[in-house]
Design a protein around this ligand. Sequence first.
Ligand code: UT7
Length: 332
Amino acid sequence: MFRSIISGLGHYVPQKTVTNQDFETWMDTSDAWIQQRTGIVTRHFVSPGEGNIEMSFYATQMALREANLKNTDIDFIVLATLSPDYTFPGTACFLQEKLEIPETPVLDIRQQCTGFIYGLSIADQYIRTGMFKTILVVGTEVHSTGLDFTTRGRDVAVLFGDAAACAIVQRFDGQEERGILSTHLFADGRHAKDLWIETPSCREHPRMTQQMLEEGSWYPKMNGKKVFTMALKKFPEVIQVALKANQVELKDVHLFIFHQANLRIVQAVCESMAIPFEKTFNNIGKYGNTTAASIPLALSEAYQAGRIQKNDLVCLSAFGSGFTWASALIRW
Ligand code: UT7
């Protein structure tokens, strides 16, 4: 059985910065409300002509540089997004085209906020069995073209931002106990409608109508309090599962990367588990919630900032729509 390591990380955020003050001009909200309830100060939005394909391409170029690899070294692409550029084919097909690596297999996955950890888990299994040697795992999201920027949508619109980030997952042939130690995946579809987009829907005849457009059923809807409460319960559970599986203690972990949904969630989980806040890395203030991109974006920035050193134990955890929740423990 082989082990997988992360040999390169990359990220890309679009140039356009949107502030809380911008939101104040569009709807009944305030910078104070957004900052106090979420920790978000700015987020980035794509401009016309820019989508997941371009963002994930730039992020991939950075990760390949970091790993000292070429496009053609990629054996498989796993791409997580809840906001694909097109309904079909999957966004990974377009990324593969842009990377000019025809015949390389690609796989789009959903899983929303946990998409990157699910993707990492898939990549890890293919590496462990020996099927692939070098896998690109991407999390990418364009939220800004599908948010309700009126007061009706203020509970959701202020939270989200656009970005792409990725990891190169590679077979590790060395003897040391390094790499992805384990991944842990969970889901509970009973809560699927607590955070979802209802239309366009293949169940509807037709999938999209003028009425749906006007009613705003194509915007994301969230039962914020329920998501918040469940997140506080599931983050500690899923972190403990990862620690237990590897027989390590909380104090052994050097860095915790939480899905960046709300800074208050990270603070509350740290408090309940007695995790020193300095052991977390957070960039939600700059980028908002970038869903599938959130964990690799934090991971990539933490690595660039020198917060991750060789042999460090890094714990990733996420909770979100589905509900789905997941964790991964990595010896760097
Ligand atoms: O990544 C996916 C996972 N997502 C999450 O983990 C998000 C989890 N949920 C949350 O982070 C929080 O529930 C929110 C940040 C979404 C909301 O914070 P909250 O403290 O739960 O606020 P609330 O929903 O209880 O709303 C409090 C008040 C309401 O007004 P009333 O009813 O008290 O008069 C809302 O209408 O705040 C109002 N409100 C706003 N006010 C100003 C809601 N959104 C806004 C807004 N600006 N943008």
